[in-house]
Ligand binder design. Structure first.
Ligand code: URA
Ligand code: SF4
Length: 184
């Protein structure tokens, strides 16, 4: 564990702990307010993120930004990171060994940010953070408290691109989060 951002970011930028290092262009470490009360965790970088080195800048990210705007949330005020920091080829799901190798960085980020609330974007984030027994369909929209942090699982923004009806759920879940942030 690192107690400062510089060392953590430097270490991850050179990381070769899993096979995703072979195909990545950039390590996508995380972005936003390092003192945020609210954090978002996605799955892993896509093509655009891999090129720019910033999470959620592609299609799914643009949709997420629009949802943020709709509920009055400023992206600059939250911290955003992913389960894996290097792009899985062809946007496949991160494999077990890759997620396991990478999770130490994310855990360290959570320790440094000290968020009160974490939004888990999609099944990969949910299962890797809260446990394999959780399923996104039954868990989304419901608070889970664990070790002093409140978690809100919701759909991954990419799922909204495939299924319009999920946008309504997504906004609903984000509104619950906004309400909670007012009271903590
Ligand atoms: N999807 C993710 O899970 N993370 C990103 O950063 C971009 C797309
Ligand atoms: Fe390292 Fe994570 Fe990239 Fe794998 S995905 S090489 S563990 S930074």
């Amino acid at each position: 564990m690192y107690d400062n951002w510089e060392e953590l970011e430097k270490e991850s930028s050179q990381c070769r702990k899993c096979k995703l290092c072979k195909t990545r262009n950039n390590v996508v470490f995380g972005t936003g307010n390092k003192n945020a009360d609210l954090m978002f965790i996605g799955e892993g970088p896509g093509a655009d993120e891999d090129i720019q080195g910033i999470p959620f800048v592609g299609k799914a990210g643009k949709l997420m930004n629009m949802a943020f705007e709709a509920i009055g949330l400023n992206r600059e005020n939250v911290y955003i990171a992913n389960v894996v920091k290097c792009r899985p080829p062809s946007n496949r799901n991160p494999e077990e060994d890759e997620a396991m190798a990478c999770l130490d960085y994310l855990r360290n980020q959570v320790i440094l940010v000290k968020p009160k609330v974490i939004v888990l974007l999609g099944s990969i984030a949910l299962k890797n953070i809260l446990g394999k027994e959780y399923g996104i369909t039954t868990s989304r929209g419901k608070w889970v408290e664990k070790r002093g942090i409140l978690y809100m699982p919701t759909w991954h923004p990419a799922a909204l691109l495939r299924d319009e009806t999920k946008k309504i759920d997504f906004i609903k879940d984000l509104k619950l989060v906004m309400e909670k942030m007012k009271n903590i």
